[in-house]
Design a protein around this ligand. Structure first.
Ligand code: HEC
Length: 213
């Protein structure tokens, strides 16, 4: 599509143009790129409101908005996170009782609407185009890191590096700026984490295709 938005390079990597929607490519900037809504609010009440009615209306409106917010967050809240223990630089114990499925994990990593990993990482997933180069190449990750270390990097990369731009995939607190569908829920479920960990563990040095463990 010549001249279309898809021809731009929204995350400034240079090289091949990105054809995915810009909305999927703006994640790295979400920390700083949000408009400051508070500065955009304008009082638009009608000037003829007199006496206490304006105040009463304000109180009612505020109460309504609070109820709405409360019910929305209740509705969005998922099951509580499974407990886990960080030991050293990893989480040695599985989050679930079901062993990870590496084939399913690979699909999550490749899925641009779910894992979003390829937005920032390259990996041995040749059928997907336009891999990112913000994070390290995932090839060989299973040789560089133990399973426990891989698990912690996915669960909460910020536990290791508070300034990382890698999202915390299994964390709820501290993600106040996430969109409504994700509020109160981790980005990935516990079993998704285990599946992705199982896949990453298959990515050994010198291997070019990690899909078949
Ligand atoms: C917004 C960008 C971003 C996304 C999305 C992202 N990562 Fe990362 N990731 C990074 C960065 C940057 C690092 C480098 C270390 C750091 O900053 O914490 C990293 C580090 C890693 C590491 C350690 C790599 C190494 O060899 O040192 C692994 C493994 C990893 N990410 C896996 C994933 C997986 C799997 C996903 C998807 C479920 C994912 N990442 C999504 C940015 C991202």
């Amino acid at each position: 599509m010549p001249g279309g938005r898809g021809d731009r390079d929204p995350i400034g990597q240079g090289g091949a143009p990105l054809s995915r929607p810009a909305s999927q490519a703006t994640l790295p900037h979400s920390k700083s790129g949000l408009p400051d809504l508070a500065t955009k609010v304008r009082i638009s009440g009608k000037p003829e409101i007199r006496g206490g009615s304006g105040y009463a209306r304000l109180v009612l409106t505020t109460a309504f908005l609070c109820c709405l917010a409360a019910s929305a967050s209740l509705a969005a809240a998922g099951p509580p996170l499974r407990p886990f223990t960080i030991v050293g630089d990893g989480i040695p114990a599985s989050l679930t009782d079901t062993p990870g499925d590496a084939v399913r994990g690979r699909a999550i990593v490749a899925d641009r609407t779910k894992g979003l990993c390829l937005l920032c990482h390259a990996g041995p997933i040749p059928e997907e185009r336009f891999h990112g180069d913000i994070g390290p190449d995932l090839a060989g990750a299973g040789s560089r890191w133990s399973v426990g270390a891989l698990r912690l990097r996915l669960v909460d990369a910020r536990a290791l590096n508070p300034d990382t731009i890698m999202p915390s995939y299994y964390r709820i607190e501290g993600t106040a700026r996430v969109g409504t569908p994700w509020r109160g829920k981790p980005v990935l479920e516990a079993q998704d984490i285990e599946d992705v960990v199982a896949y990453l563990a298959t990515l050994r040095d010198g291997q070019t295709e990690g899909s078949r463990p």
